[in-house]
Design a protein around this ligand. Sequence first.
Ligand code: URA
Length: 200
Amino acid sequence: MSKALELKKIHEHWFTNCKCELRKTAIQPVPGDGNPEAKIVFIGEAPGKSEDAQGIPFVGAAGKFLAEMLEAIHLKREDIYITNIVKYRPPNNRDPLPEEKDACREWLLEELNCINPLLIVFLGRHSMNDFFPLETISNVHGKLLIKKFNKINTKHFLPLYHPAAALYNGSMRETLMQDFKKIPKILEKINNTPTRSEIF
Ligand code: URA
């Protein structure tokens, strides 16, 4: 089965079976979007108003800024896959609750296992803390984290500030852009890291 078809089936399954309470207030679910063969997956927090209206992640102001940053490293949205830890909009864009993250986690893990990217980029502390609960975004933004988890194959993670937080904050915006520009070199480094089967 192609990854595109597998992803379609994953989303269809969770459209019916996700137990997240936010589905009662959201207009619709917002599944991940982009290239099923992507080498990089970006993970945000939760859909906002525009995403809830369109059913597509990162289509509002934060998404436009993200597209600008992608362009700066010669990538387009069609080259990457982008998703959120929580698939439904929280009322008034409040922070997602732990139980809402829990209810959407299996959906996210299935997306990640289908795509199996070389690099996962966390957009903001919510997605980073879901995988690295003890880190703070101010300490680790722009630093490559390497860790083997039981439930996914990907071992390389790059935490970044959330584009929405950086949008109207000049210095955070500059830091985010500088961190973002590290992505091509990081990918090159991962690509050149020998796998176990090549070492032995
Ligand atoms: N912010 C997010 O974290 N996700 C979106 O999809 C849009 C804005």
